[in-house]
Write a protein that binds this ligand. Structure first.
Ligand SMILES: [Cu+2]
Length: 118
């Protein structure tokens, strides 16, 4: 009875599944957070495309006060807004696909950006 080859292939399968699972986890972690700088007076980058369930983290790097607010969103998504601040960060997880328009309410004429969620 070829018992030994069966065990060997089962072991190989287990190792393969383990490697694939580890790769999938590290791959999703790498794509989990996208950083956007909040500068004087622009968001950088001003357009990002992310997968669903990605967190976008805005990091204040300028000296002036700014905020981050959604001004347009896909149907069914919630509006959001950070506090007005001059340092720190604000994070938002995007669970609904679609296009979000975002601005700084203080400098709305120049500080705008787009988040596209696939
Ligand atoms: Cu601003």
């Amino acid at each position: 009875m070829p018992v030994r080859p069966l065990i060997a292939s089962a072991t190989a399968l287990t190792v393969t599944v383990g490697v694939v699972a580890a790769f999938a986890v590290s791959g999703s972690q790498a794509a989990t957070t996208k950083i956007v700088k909040v500068d004087d007076f622009e968001f950088s980058p001003s357009s990002v495309t992310v997968r669903r369930n990605t967190t976008v983290k805005w990091v204040w790097v300028g000296r002036a006060e700014h905020d981050v607010e959604s001004i347009r969103k896909p149907r069914g998504a919630r509006n959001f807004a950070s506090d007005v601040m001059s340092k720190g960060s604000y994070s938002r997880k995007f669970t609904k696909a679609g296009t979000y328009r975002i601005d700084c309410s203080i400098h709305a004429s120049v500080m705008k950006m787009t988040v596209r969620v696939k």
